[in-house]
Design a protein around this ligand. Structure first.
Ligand code: PLP
Length: 410
């Protein structure tokens, strides 16, 4: 008889967003006709910008004519897009990477989940706490944990790097040995950003321990304050120890279009194979499991990297940053302690009066009719916080913030 993969059974409920939906639905049933204001989810809301939309329309026209039709592309991505990504890193960040080091994908989430497959089963994994849940869950499903420890409220065998007020939400490298380190800056959920000096400590650690950093830079376009790192490759030596994952979701509004990329440098080193093997294995993995990103999305991505496209992305990101500023200012006016919200689309707000994450979630839903995300859902260091997302129409964000300010002391 077929048996299921028991490592998948070790995944705890995945309960965050379903639980938010359940509580919101229950409240809505009790309060029919009342509008819920949603600042919970990291999903973009504004239209694709005109030049990028036109490039995708044009690609559809080409596909609609047998003389210009194209079917499968390269699994690694279209050559012009890989070249444009390489030029973009050089132009905007002064970083030199070969076009062949870029693997175009249908988004950062899948790459963040899949990258662990090319590393040894007995790898020790370190994650920031709190963190985007994909890093933890994919490694649990990948067989690197003996299961969830209910008492500790963490998975066994994983190394958690606490990010909290005392370290400004930028964790220190692990004390002992680990093999893979997941980092995300600007951080989801805390909104923290990292400097070159802070990341250098991780690169030095990785060199010393022969570890690999998996750096998720999905929100790097939100960085507007000089001095923070957009790509880990700005840090000297990172090309030997870091893989970077990125996306067009949050700067070009491609959450539904789907397009991202992963950089796997040729020079990455590992303990048991020659230099170049990690690049070769990711290429092999992608060619086996993936058939290339949509050619329509890639036409949009190519445009997004052009001068005109970059201006459009900037305008779009400015809109969400404007929302983030309204949220931060409003919540601070309401007396809440807030982090993030600058150089990031997320405001990390401390629950008042000693409330827990879920308690504050219920309070905001009940009193202000606003849905946020309980911080605890991202890891136990998120307890006592909520993540407030700037992804929403300006008018809804303003209404939600006004409601919070009015009802915070109810
Ligand atoms: N990485 C982080 C840190 C995210 O917060 C998200 C989405 O919210 C993703 C990756 C997913 O990106 P994509 O839409 O490209 O799959």
């Amino acid at each position: 008889m077929a048996k299921v993969n028991e490592d998948f059974l070790k995944l705890s409920g995945g309960y965050l967003f379903p639980e938010i939906a359940r509580r919101t639905k229950k409240w809505q049933e009790k309060n029919p006709g009342e509008k819920v204001l949603r600042l919970g989810i990291g999903n973009t809301t504004e239209a694709i910008t005109p030049g990028i939309a036109a490039a995708m329309h044009h690609k559809i026209d080409l596909l609609s004519d047998r003389n210009t039709y194209t079917g499968y592309g390269d699994e690694q991505g279209d050559t012009p897009l890989r070249k444009a990504l390489s030029e973009f890193y050089k132009r905007e960040y002064g970083v030199s990477l070969e076009a062949e080091e870029f693997f175009v994908s249908d988004g950062a989430k899948a790459d963040a989940a899949n990258i662990q497959q090319i590393f040894s089963q007995d790898s020790i994994i370190a994650v920031q706490d709190p963190a985007y849940p994909v890093y933890v869950d994919s490694n649990v499903a990948g067989g690197r944990s003996e299961g969830y420890d209910e008492k500790e409220r963490q998975y066994k065998n994983l190394v958690y790097m606490p990010s909290n007020e005392s370290n400004g939400f930028v964790a220190e490298p692990p004390k002992g040995h680990v093999d893979l380190i997941y980092l995300c800056f600007p951080n989801n959920p805390t909104g923290a950003v990292a400097t070159k000096e802070q990341l250098k400590k991780f690169v030095d650690y990785a060199v010393k321990e022969k570890a690999i950093i998996i750096y998720d830079a999905a929100y790097c376009d939100y960085i507007r304050t000089p001095g923070y790192v957009h790509t880990i490759y700005e840090v000297e030596g990172a090309e030997k120890v870091a893989i970077e994952i990125n996306s067009f979701s949050k700067n070009a509004g491609f959450t539904g279009v789907r397009l991202g990329w992963t950089i796997v440098p040729f020079g990455l080193e590992s303990d048991n194979a020659e230099t170049g093997t990690i690049h070769r294995l990711w290429n092999r993995r992608q060619c086996t499991y993936f058939n290339g990103a949509s050619n329509i999305s890639q036409a949009g991505g190519l445009m997004a990297l052009s001068e005109e496209g970059r201006k459009e992305c900037r305008t779009l990101v400015d809109y969400y940053l404007g929302n983030a500023a309204i949220i931060k200012e409003g919540l601070e006016k309401a007396g809440l302690v807030c982090y993030g919200g600058v150089n990031s689309p997320y405001v990390w707000a401390k629950a008042p009066r000693g409330m827990g994450s879920w308690e504050f979630f219920d309070f905001l839903l009940e009193k202000a009719h606003v849905v946020v995300t309980p911080g605890e859902g991202f890891g136990k260091s998120g307890e006592g916080y909520v993540r407030v997302s700037s992804y929403g129409h300006r008018e809804d964000v303003e209404k939600a913030v006004k409601a919070i300010v009015e009802h915070i002391n109810d």
